[in-house]
Ligand binder design. Structure first.
Ligand SMILES: [Zn+2]
Length: 154
């Protein structure tokens, strides 16, 4: 899923807990739970890209836009919610980003020792072998983000 979706889930979790370590663990867990749900984005990238390098570059640009939107989302959240315990929010959001950051770093910097991170991430991602169009994936993720926002602010 996009980091924006992971971020919205992490923010909701962070509003319910008081322990930063728990936030980190739940942030990481929430990432894998959400990635487990088929969300339609991989096919679009893999089909368009001709080489592994062009796939990585497309994913890199997509990730940049995603990080930008997630950051704007974080900013609005802090501006509106003004949480007392900043650390919990940052650590939980960091946890929810960590599996993708680790996977991206292993791919980018060819960190062979940590290849298991990529394998684990892909395994969880592909457990349910259901692929569908990015259009529906975007609708699903937008609906999920809207639900998280609703639960945070209500
Ligand atoms: Zn992921």
């Amino acid at each position: 899923m996009f980091l924006t979706a992971h971020t919205s889930a992490a923010l909701l979790i962070a509003t319910k807990i008081t322990n930063p370590f728990l936030g980190l663990v739940l942030g990481i867990l929430s990432h894998f739970i959400l990635d487990f749900i088929p969300h339609g984005e991989d096919g679009a990238i893999a089909n368009k890209a001709k080489t592994h390098k062009s796939m990585l570059m497309s994913m890199f640009y997509l990730a940049l836009v995603d990080i930008l939107i997630a950051s704007i989302f974080l900013f609005i959240f802090f501006w509106q919610y003004q949480p007392d315990h900043y650390l919990i929010f940052f650590v939980t959001v960091f946890g929810s980003w960590l599996p993708d950051l680790a996977w991206g770093s292993v791919e980018m910097f060819k960190l062979k020792t940590f290849n298991w991170v990529v394998i684990l991430h892909h395994k969880i991602h592909d457990l349910l072998d259901i692929t569908y169009s990015i259009k529906y994936g975007l609708i699903l993720q937008a609906a999920f983000i809207a639900l998280m926002l609703f639960l945070i602010w209500n």
